[in-house]
Design a protein around this ligand. Sequence first.
Ligand SMILES: Cc1cc2nc3c(=O)[nH]c(=O)nc-3n(C[C@H](O)[C@H](O)[C@H](O)COP(=O)(O)OP(=O)(O)OC[C@H]3O[C@@H](n4cnc5c(N)ncnc54)[C@H](O)[C@@H]3O)c2cc1C
Length: 281
Amino acid sequence: MISFDFAYFKPGTVEEAVRLFGREEGKGNKPLYYSGGTEIISAARLNQVRPGAVIDIKGIPECQGMHIREGDGQLVIGAAVPLTAVAESPFFPLLGDTARRVADHTNRNKITIGGNLCGQFFYREALLPFLLTDSQVVLAGPGGYRTVPVQLAFNGGTRLARGELLVQIISDCRYFHLPYVTVKKTKMEEIDYPLVRVVALKTETGIRAAFSGVSAVPFRSLRVEKVLNDRTLPLEQRIERVILSWPVPILDDVLGSAAYRTFVLRNTLWDVMNALEGGSA
Ligand SMILES: Cc1cc2nc3c(=O)[nH]c(=O)nc-3n(C[C@H](O)[C@H](O)[C@H](O)COP(=O)(O)OP(=O)(O)OC[C@H]3O[C@@H](n4cnc5c(N)ncnc54)[C@H](O)[C@@H]3O)c2cc1C
Protein backbone atom coordinates (compact mmCIF):
# COMPACT_ATOMS: atom_id res chain seq x y z
CA MET A 1 0.00 0.00 0.00
CA ILE A 2 1.11 3.54 -0.72
CA SER A 3 0.40 5.62 2.37
CA PHE A 4 0.13 9.08 0.80
CA ASP A 5 -1.90 10.85 -1.88
CA PHE A 6 -0.42 12.05 -5.13
CA ALA A 7 -1.71 13.54 -8.36
CA TYR A 8 -1.53 11.40 -11.51
CA PHE A 9 -1.12 12.96 -14.97
CA LYS A 10 -0.99 11.22 -18.33
CA PRO A 11 0.05 13.78 -20.96
CA GLY A 12 -0.13 13.05 -24.68
CA THR A 13 2.91 15.07 -25.74
CA VAL A 14 6.49 15.58 -24.62
CA GLU A 15 5.91 19.33 -24.30
CA GLU A 16 2.94 18.81 -21.99
CA ALA A 17 4.91 16.34 -19.85
CA VAL A 18 7.78 18.79 -19.42
CA ARG A 19 5.36 21.67 -18.71
CA LEU A 20 3.48 19.61 -16.12
CA PHE A 21 6.74 18.66 -14.45
CA GLY A 22 7.76 22.33 -14.20
CA ARG A 23 4.35 23.35 -12.86
CA GLU A 24 4.24 20.61 -10.21
CA GLU A 25 7.85 21.31 -9.27
CA GLY A 26 6.93 24.97 -8.80
CA LYS A 27 4.12 23.93 -6.46
CA GLY A 28 6.61 21.97 -4.35
CA ASN A 29 5.08 18.64 -5.36
CA LYS A 30 8.40 16.86 -6.10
CA PRO A 31 7.06 15.30 -9.32
CA LEU A 32 8.47 12.20 -10.96
CA TYR A 33 8.17 10.97 -14.51
CA TYR A 34 6.41 7.61 -14.35
CA SER A 35 7.29 4.96 -16.93
CA GLY A 36 6.89 1.30 -15.91
CA GLY A 37 6.33 2.44 -12.33
CA THR A 38 7.95 -0.63 -10.75
CA GLU A 39 10.67 1.31 -8.97
CA ILE A 40 8.44 4.25 -8.01
CA ILE A 41 5.75 1.97 -6.56
CA SER A 42 8.27 -0.18 -4.63
CA ALA A 43 10.02 2.90 -3.23
CA ALA A 44 6.73 4.69 -2.42
CA ARG A 45 5.45 1.65 -0.50
CA LEU A 46 8.57 1.86 1.64
CA ASN A 47 8.25 5.64 1.96
CA GLN A 48 11.63 6.04 0.24
CA VAL A 49 10.07 8.45 -2.27
CA ARG A 50 7.01 10.67 -1.70
CA PRO A 51 6.15 12.33 -5.00
CA GLY A 52 3.20 14.70 -4.82
CA ALA A 53 2.64 14.14 -8.54
CA VAL A 54 3.60 11.51 -11.11
CA ILE A 55 3.64 12.16 -14.84
CA ASP A 56 2.98 8.96 -16.77
CA ILE A 57 4.84 9.06 -20.10
CA LYS A 58 3.21 5.99 -21.63
CA GLY A 59 0.65 8.09 -23.50
CA ILE A 60 3.34 9.98 -25.43
CA PRO A 61 3.71 8.54 -28.97
CA GLU A 62 7.46 9.44 -29.23
CA CYS A 63 8.13 7.42 -26.07
CA GLN A 64 6.48 4.33 -27.54
CA GLY A 65 7.55 1.81 -30.16
CA MET A 66 10.73 0.71 -31.84
CA HIS A 67 11.32 1.43 -35.51
CA ILE A 68 14.03 1.82 -38.10
CA ARG A 69 14.06 5.47 -39.15
CA GLU A 70 13.62 6.14 -42.84
CA GLY A 71 16.53 7.95 -44.45
CA ASP A 72 19.41 7.11 -42.11
CA GLY A 73 18.35 3.58 -41.07
CA GLN A 74 18.89 4.25 -37.37
CA LEU A 75 16.95 2.30 -34.75
CA VAL A 76 14.73 4.54 -32.60
CA ILE A 77 13.49 3.13 -29.28
CA GLY A 78 10.92 5.01 -27.22
CA ALA A 79 11.82 5.40 -23.54
CA ALA A 80 8.53 3.82 -22.40
CA VAL A 81 9.03 0.57 -24.33
CA PRO A 82 8.98 -2.39 -21.89
CA LEU A 83 12.03 -4.63 -21.64
CA THR A 84 10.02 -7.63 -22.90
CA ALA A 85 9.44 -5.83 -26.20
CA VAL A 86 13.14 -4.95 -26.39
CA ALA A 87 14.13 -8.53 -25.58
CA GLU A 88 11.79 -9.97 -28.20
CA SER A 89 12.70 -7.52 -30.95
CA PRO A 90 14.98 -8.87 -33.72
CA PHE A 91 16.48 -5.41 -34.46
CA PHE A 92 19.35 -5.17 -31.97
CA PRO A 93 20.39 -8.70 -30.86
CA LEU A 94 23.01 -7.55 -28.32
CA LEU A 95 20.44 -5.34 -26.60
CA GLY A 96 17.78 -8.07 -26.73
CA ASP A 97 20.07 -10.70 -25.22
CA THR A 98 21.15 -8.28 -22.49
CA ALA A 99 17.62 -7.11 -21.62
CA ARG A 100 16.41 -10.72 -21.47
CA ARG A 101 18.44 -11.28 -18.30
CA VAL A 102 17.13 -8.20 -16.46
CA ALA A 103 14.59 -9.23 -13.77
CA ASP A 104 11.97 -11.92 -14.52
CA HIS A 105 9.48 -11.98 -17.39
CA THR A 106 6.59 -10.52 -15.36
CA ASN A 107 8.67 -7.55 -14.22
CA ARG A 108 10.17 -7.09 -17.68
CA ASN A 109 6.62 -6.62 -18.95
CA LYS A 110 6.49 -3.47 -16.80
CA ILE A 111 10.08 -2.23 -16.52
CA THR A 112 10.84 0.11 -19.40
CA ILE A 113 14.07 0.79 -21.21
CA GLY A 114 13.96 4.44 -20.11
CA GLY A 115 13.25 3.44 -16.52
CA ASN A 116 16.22 1.06 -16.58
CA LEU A 117 18.51 3.89 -17.71
CA CYS A 118 17.07 6.64 -15.47
CA GLY A 119 16.18 4.72 -12.30
CA GLN A 120 17.95 4.80 -8.95
CA PHE A 121 19.09 1.16 -9.13
CA PHE A 122 22.65 1.51 -10.28
CA TYR A 123 22.88 -1.67 -12.36
CA ARG A 124 21.21 -0.25 -15.50
CA GLU A 125 22.23 -3.32 -17.47
CA ALA A 126 20.34 -2.29 -20.61
CA LEU A 127 22.58 0.77 -20.85
CA LEU A 128 25.67 -1.27 -21.74
CA PRO A 129 24.78 -2.13 -25.39
CA PHE A 130 23.99 1.54 -26.01
CA LEU A 131 27.40 2.58 -24.63
CA LEU A 132 29.15 0.11 -26.94
CA THR A 133 27.30 1.27 -30.04
CA ASP A 134 27.82 5.03 -29.51
CA SER A 135 24.05 5.52 -29.32
CA GLN A 136 22.41 8.92 -28.92
CA VAL A 137 19.69 9.93 -26.47
CA VAL A 138 16.93 12.43 -27.14
CA LEU A 139 16.20 14.47 -24.02
CA ALA A 140 13.54 17.08 -23.43
CA GLY A 141 13.52 19.74 -20.74
CA PRO A 142 12.29 23.26 -20.11
CA GLY A 143 14.79 24.56 -22.70
CA GLY A 144 13.50 22.20 -25.43
CA TYR A 145 15.00 19.10 -27.01
CA ARG A 146 18.65 18.07 -27.12
CA THR A 147 20.25 14.99 -28.66
CA VAL A 148 23.51 13.91 -27.02
CA PRO A 149 25.76 10.85 -27.01
CA VAL A 150 24.59 8.30 -24.45
CA GLN A 151 28.09 8.45 -22.94
CA LEU A 152 27.55 12.07 -21.96
CA ALA A 153 24.20 11.53 -20.32
CA PHE A 154 24.68 8.10 -18.70
CA ASN A 155 28.23 6.69 -18.73
CA GLY A 156 29.41 6.19 -15.14
CA GLY A 157 26.22 7.73 -13.69
CA THR A 158 23.12 9.60 -14.79
CA ARG A 159 23.57 13.25 -15.73
CA LEU A 160 20.07 14.45 -16.59
CA ALA A 161 19.05 17.94 -15.51
CA ARG A 162 16.15 18.14 -13.01
CA GLY A 163 12.94 17.80 -14.98
CA GLU A 164 14.65 16.45 -18.07
CA LEU A 165 12.81 13.60 -19.78
CA LEU A 166 14.50 10.79 -21.70
CA VAL A 167 12.35 10.54 -24.82
CA GLN A 168 14.18 8.14 -27.15
CA ILE A 169 17.40 6.24 -27.70
CA ILE A 170 18.84 6.13 -31.21
CA SER A 171 21.30 3.46 -32.31
CA ASP A 172 23.25 2.94 -35.50
CA CYS A 173 22.26 -0.34 -37.22
CA ARG A 174 25.75 -0.89 -38.66
CA TYR A 175 26.80 -2.20 -35.23
CA PHE A 176 24.02 -4.76 -34.99
CA HIS A 177 25.62 -7.57 -37.03
CA LEU A 178 28.99 -7.44 -35.22
CA PRO A 179 30.10 -10.36 -33.01
CA TYR A 180 29.29 -9.83 -29.34
CA VAL A 181 29.22 -11.50 -25.95
CA THR A 182 26.90 -10.59 -23.08
CA VAL A 183 27.49 -12.40 -19.79
CA LYS A 184 25.71 -12.00 -16.47
CA LYS A 185 27.13 -13.65 -13.37
CA THR A 186 24.88 -13.71 -10.32
CA LYS A 187 25.51 -14.93 -6.80
CA MET A 188 23.08 -17.88 -6.74
CA GLU A 189 19.88 -17.57 -8.73
CA GLU A 190 19.62 -17.04 -12.45
CA ILE A 191 17.34 -14.05 -11.82
CA ASP A 192 19.14 -11.59 -9.58
CA TYR A 193 21.16 -8.41 -9.73
CA PRO A 194 24.52 -8.95 -11.38
CA LEU A 195 27.66 -9.66 -9.44
CA VAL A 196 29.43 -9.07 -12.73
CA ARG A 197 27.84 -8.17 -16.07
CA VAL A 198 30.15 -7.82 -19.05
CA VAL A 199 28.90 -6.83 -22.49
CA ALA A 200 31.49 -6.80 -25.28
CA LEU A 201 31.42 -6.06 -28.99
CA LYS A 202 34.08 -6.82 -31.61
CA THR A 203 34.45 -3.89 -34.02
CA GLU A 204 36.92 -3.20 -36.83
CA THR A 205 38.99 -1.08 -34.44
CA GLY A 206 39.02 -3.53 -31.54
CA ILE A 207 36.94 -5.04 -28.76
CA ARG A 208 34.68 -2.72 -26.81
CA ALA A 209 33.52 -3.64 -23.31
CA ALA A 210 31.10 -2.22 -20.75
CA PHE A 211 30.42 -3.33 -17.20
CA SER A 212 27.68 -3.38 -14.59
CA GLY A 213 27.57 -4.83 -11.10
CA VAL A 214 31.34 -4.72 -10.57
CA SER A 215 31.26 -1.13 -9.32
CA ALA A 216 28.52 1.19 -8.08
CA VAL A 217 28.06 2.59 -11.59
CA PRO A 218 27.75 0.93 -14.97
CA PHE A 219 30.43 2.16 -17.36
CA ARG A 220 32.48 1.84 -20.51
CA SER A 221 36.11 2.98 -20.24
CA LEU A 222 38.34 3.67 -23.25
CA ARG A 223 41.37 3.13 -20.98
CA VAL A 224 40.18 -0.37 -20.09
CA GLU A 225 39.55 -1.13 -23.77
CA LYS A 226 43.02 0.11 -24.75
CA VAL A 227 44.66 -2.37 -22.37
CA LEU A 228 42.34 -5.22 -23.38
CA ASN A 229 43.22 -4.67 -27.04
CA ASP A 230 46.99 -4.45 -26.53
CA ARG A 231 47.90 -7.67 -28.33
CA THR A 232 51.63 -7.14 -27.59
CA LEU A 233 50.80 -8.61 -24.17
CA PRO A 234 49.44 -12.08 -23.40
CA LEU A 235 45.74 -12.03 -22.48
CA GLU A 236 46.39 -13.00 -18.87
CA GLN A 237 48.66 -9.99 -18.41
CA ARG A 238 46.18 -7.63 -20.09
CA ILE A 239 43.43 -8.76 -17.75
CA GLU A 240 45.66 -8.31 -14.68
CA ARG A 241 46.52 -4.79 -15.83
CA VAL A 242 42.86 -3.97 -16.35
CA ILE A 243 41.98 -5.20 -12.87
CA LEU A 244 44.91 -3.38 -11.23
CA SER A 245 43.87 -0.07 -12.82
CA TRP A 246 40.09 -0.59 -12.52
CA PRO A 247 38.72 2.98 -12.81
CA VAL A 248 35.98 2.79 -10.14
CA PRO A 249 36.19 1.05 -6.72
CA ILE A 250 35.09 -2.59 -6.90
CA LEU A 251 31.92 -3.18 -4.87
CA ASP A 252 32.03 -4.97 -1.55
CA ASP A 253 28.45 -5.72 -0.46
CA VAL A 254 25.92 -8.43 0.42
CA LEU A 255 26.04 -9.84 -3.11
CA GLY A 256 29.78 -10.41 -2.92
CA SER A 257 33.06 -9.17 -1.45
CA ALA A 258 35.41 -7.09 -3.59
CA ALA A 259 37.82 -10.05 -3.66
CA TYR A 260 35.11 -12.42 -4.91
CA ARG A 261 33.89 -9.93 -7.52
CA THR A 262 37.48 -9.49 -8.72
CA PHE A 263 37.80 -13.26 -9.05
CA VAL A 264 34.55 -13.49 -11.05
CA LEU A 265 35.51 -10.47 -13.17
CA ARG A 266 38.90 -12.00 -14.03
CA ASN A 267 37.33 -15.29 -15.14
CA THR A 268 34.53 -13.57 -17.05
CA LEU A 269 36.95 -11.31 -18.90
CA TRP A 270 39.03 -14.33 -19.81
CA ASP A 271 35.98 -16.09 -21.29
CA VAL A 272 34.70 -12.99 -23.07
CA MET A 273 38.06 -12.10 -24.63
CA ASN A 274 38.74 -15.69 -25.67
CA ALA A 275 35.34 -15.90 -27.33
CA LEU A 276 35.83 -12.67 -29.28
CA GLU A 277 39.54 -12.98 -30.09
CA GLY A 278 39.12 -16.64 -30.93
CA GLY A 279 36.10 -15.83 -33.07
CA SER A 280 33.62 -18.19 -31.40
CA ALA A 281 31.09 -15.43 -30.55
C1 LIG B 1 11.85 -7.05 -9.47
C2 LIG B 1 12.89 -6.16 -10.09
C3 LIG B 1 14.07 -6.73 -10.56
C4 LIG B 1 15.04 -5.92 -11.16
N1 LIG B 1 16.16 -6.50 -11.67
C5 LIG B 1 17.06 -5.74 -12.33
C6 LIG B 1 18.18 -6.33 -12.96
O1 LIG B 1 18.38 -7.54 -12.93
N2 LIG B 1 19.03 -5.50 -13.63
C7 LIG B 1 18.83 -4.15 -13.72
O2 LIG B 1 19.61 -3.47 -14.37
N3 LIG B 1 17.80 -3.58 -13.10
C8 LIG B 1 16.91 -4.33 -12.43
N4 LIG B 1 15.84 -3.74 -11.82
C9 LIG B 1 15.81 -2.28 -11.74
C10 LIG B 1 14.91 -1.67 -12.79
O3 LIG B 1 15.49 -1.81 -14.07
C11 LIG B 1 14.75 -0.18 -12.43
O4 LIG B 1 14.17 -0.08 -11.16
C12 LIG B 1 13.92 0.62 -13.42
O5 LIG B 1 13.97 1.96 -13.01
C13 LIG B 1 12.46 0.24 -13.46
O6 LIG B 1 11.91 0.78 -14.63
P1 LIG B 1 10.49 1.42 -14.64
O7 LIG B 1 10.15 1.69 -16.05
O8 LIG B 1 9.53 0.61 -13.85
O9 LIG B 1 10.82 2.80 -13.88
P2 LIG B 1 9.86 3.78 -13.04
O10 LIG B 1 9.52 3.16 -11.72
O11 LIG B 1 8.74 4.29 -13.88
O12 LIG B 1 10.88 5.00 -12.82
C14 LIG B 1 12.10 4.82 -12.11
C15 LIG B 1 12.83 6.17 -12.02
O13 LIG B 1 13.26 6.59 -13.32
C16 LIG B 1 12.66 7.85 -13.68
N5 LIG B 1 12.30 7.74 -15.09
C17 LIG B 1 11.65 6.71 -15.69
N6 LIG B 1 11.55 6.93 -17.00
C18 LIG B 1 12.14 8.13 -17.25
C19 LIG B 1 12.36 8.89 -18.42
N7 LIG B 1 11.96 8.44 -19.63
N8 LIG B 1 13.00 10.08 -18.32
C20 LIG B 1 13.43 10.52 -17.11
N9 LIG B 1 13.25 9.84 -15.96
C21 LIG B 1 12.61 8.65 -16.02
C22 LIG B 1 11.45 8.00 -12.77
O14 LIG B 1 11.12 9.34 -12.54
C23 LIG B 1 11.94 7.31 -11.50
O15 LIG B 1 12.74 8.17 -10.75
C24 LIG B 1 14.86 -4.51 -11.22
C25 LIG B 1 13.68 -3.94 -10.71
C26 LIG B 1 12.69 -4.77 -10.16
C27 LIG B 1 11.43 -4.12 -9.66
